[in-house]
Design a protein around this ligand. Structure first.
Ligand code: ZN
Length: 114
């Protein structure tokens, strides 16, 4: 009869890996699922995937490729979901490895010199 005692699915978990994500409204009648409590410098995140979360909880996508290097941004979980393909940037790959259970701790690689 369509009645279930199952609790509603937590919208803040990834449907693929079931890891926790941080769900934020975008202010455009949508939501974005950001990697849980992770921030990385701009250079570690591909262009178009930089997010800032306002004090009211609204997430704002920051466009552009040249962002202040000292600002740390949020990024979508899907970039580091262990059910997806490994990312190409070293920091995201290290976090993907961590999420995949390949490493016990996430240690962001040191910035490449040059
Ligand atoms: Zn996932």
């Amino acid at each position: 009869m369509g009645v279930t005692n199952e609790p509603p699915r937590d919208p803040s978990t990834c449907p693929e890996c079931e890891f926790r994500q941080d769900r934020h409204p975008t202010g455009r009648n949508g939501h974005v699922l950001l990697e849980h409590q992770r921030h990385l410098p701009a250079r570690d995140i591909p262009a178009g995937h930089h997010w800032l979360v306002r004090p009211d909880g609204t997430a704002i996508n920051i466009p552009g490729a040249e962002l202040p290097a000292d600002t740390r941004y949020r990024f979508p979980h899907r970039l580091v979901c262990p059910c997806g393909t490994p990312p190409s940037t070293p920091a995201l790959k290290a976090l993907w490895d961590h999420n995949s259970g390949l490493t016990a701790h996430f240690n962001r690689p040191a910035a490449e010199s040059g």
